[in-house]
Design a protein around this ligand. Structure first.
Ligand SMILES: Cc1ncc(COP(=O)(O)O)c(C=O)c1O
Length: 445
């Protein structure tokens, strides 16, 4: 079914009107219509006016930033990596779209369609790529599943991955491998997170890559162990290993980047990977139910879509083709652009240094407590926004219960690094909050 057939079917509009609208949106996105006016300005001629005015945001300092969120600060929230509260600018954009949909769902769907393109453009601005390289998804998991389901793996080829991956990577690969019978080689990069070294990681990749390896499936920041991999160094190695391999057998380097995206100050090109997946409802402070896939190439040379795209403009690029169609909570998807603006306004370098500073502060404080074992590497070369530890006298669940009773949110896990208590000081936390958490740990250790 062609894009305009889908459009006509989904909203029952005359085909011409729809194609016209979607083309105009694309042109507007490129600043070619309405004197380059932003889309919402052009919308003012229509009947769907938002009930709330557009909020703006200028960064002043970290303390003041907390006022931009509805977060309940009577709790010390060190689990922002799970699911985000979003800032006022994002919330107001959601409200605006929600109002439009509630007033007139069919019309607003058509009128607002271009916000999806604008969102991909903003994601591209954030990550240093074009909109055509960005697909929008509903979560990291949806991105990983559509990536590993659709990526080119021919009979006889194999996948190389690690024990440090999240369930969503492991399961996406397992489903496909069970169906097609290919081999998934699973290795470890380190026994103890503190022992990780880039030399060792590169050595193990070299040892286990073979002629059949088609996909290298890794995670940037491991949520079971807190380790951050040197993705640019791995990307450089993959480029070397690919020398002499043709398109049919080159290694496709795929990264689950969710816990680095919105923390680390890197652009996509610096990572030298083929595909990068992240949810944007964690560190990025986007609306819940949002995420992206970014591709090195703008075409579909190495991947096929799984979910039919509602690609009204019939744009053959990766982004529109890999963005799952069907109706979604478009008020969330379209408001994601505001989260990228928000981060760019904060400054990617500013965000990275604040998060590294808070985690280093916490690590130092934890090391002062006898009976607490720091699991996370001290160096920000191998760690990002996670600080994991163990308390000798207590299980990770017990530590969580004690902290919860004191209105401090931490998260236990027991995966590749064994049982750990996970904390993720982020830009909404302060050193005072960390001191409070450390004081409780000192009491129980
Ligand atoms: C490394 C990693 N990948 C994927 C996911 C799944 O993320 P989502 O909830 O956005 O699907 C998580 C969850 O936190 C994770 O830690």
């Amino acid at each position: 079914m062609r894009g305009h057939d889908v459009a006509a079917m989904i909203v029952g509009y005359p085909e011409d009107t729809l194609m016209d609208t979607s083309r105009r949106r694309l042109l507007k996105g490129a600043g070619l219509l309405a004197g380059g006016l932003p889309f919402h300005t052009a919308l003012s001629a229509t009947s769907t006016q938002p009930a709330v005015s557009g909020a703006s945001f200028e960064f002043e300092n970290w303390e003041r930033l907390r006022d931009e969120f509805d977060l309940d600060y009577s709790w010390r929230n060190f689990a922002g990596f799970l699911f985000a509260s979003h800032p006022r600018v994002v919330e107001q954009d959601i409200q605006r779209h929600r109002h439009g949909f509630n007033r007139n769902p069919a019309n607003y769907l058509v009128e607002g369609w271009g916000y999806g393109d604008e969102t991909r453009q903003k994601a591209g601005d954030y990550f240093g790529v074009t909109a055509g390289q960005i697909a929008l998804t509903d979560s990291t998991t949806m991105g990983l599943a559509t990536l590993y389901n659709g990526i080119s793996i021919k009979p006889g080829q194999e996948v190389l991955t690690t024990e440090h991956e999240h369930y969503s990577v492991q399961t996406s690969l397992r489903y496909r491998a069970q169906r097609e019978g290919f081999k998934v080689n699973t290795i470890r990069f380190y026994e103890e997170p503190r022992d990780v070294s880039t030399d060792e990681v590169l050595k193990r990749i070299k040892q286990h890559v073979n002629k059949k390896t088609r996909v290298l499936a890794l995670t940037w920041v491991h949520s079971g162990s807190s380790v951050k991999l040197d993705i640019p160094a791995i990307g450089a190695l993959v480029a070397e290993l690919n020398a002499g391999r043709g398109d049919d057998d080159r290694i496709l380097f795929c990264v689950d980047g969710v816990h680095g995206f919105g923390v680390e100050n890197l652009n996509f090109d610096e990572m030298a990977c083929d595909f990068f997946v992240a949810g944007t409802h964690k560190w990025m402070f986007g609306p819940r139910g949002t995420g992206i896939i970014c591709s090195r190439r703008t075409d579909l040379a190495f991947i096929d879509p799984t979910i039919p795209p509602f690609n009204l403009a019939e744009d053959p690029a990766f982004g529109p083709m890999m963005t799952p169609g069907g109706f979604h909570t478009f008020e969330h998807r379209w408001a994601l652009r505001k989260a990228f603006e928000f981060h760019l306004n904060l400054g990617k370098d500013n965000v990275q240094s604040r998060i590294h500073f808070l985690n280093t502060y916490l690590k130092n404080r934890l090391q002062e407590i006898g009976g607490v074992e720091l699991v996370t590497p001290m160096s920000t070369e191998f760690s990002s926004g996670f600080t994991f530890f163990r308390v000798a006298k207590h299980s990770a669940e017990d530590v969580q219960r004690v902290m919860q009773a004191r209105k401090i949110i931490v998260s236990p896990a027991d995966r590749d690094a064994g049982p750990v208590v996970r904390m993720s000081p982020g830009i909404l936390n302060s050193t005072e909050e960390i001191d409070e958490a450390v004081a409780v740990l000192r009491e129980i250790a």
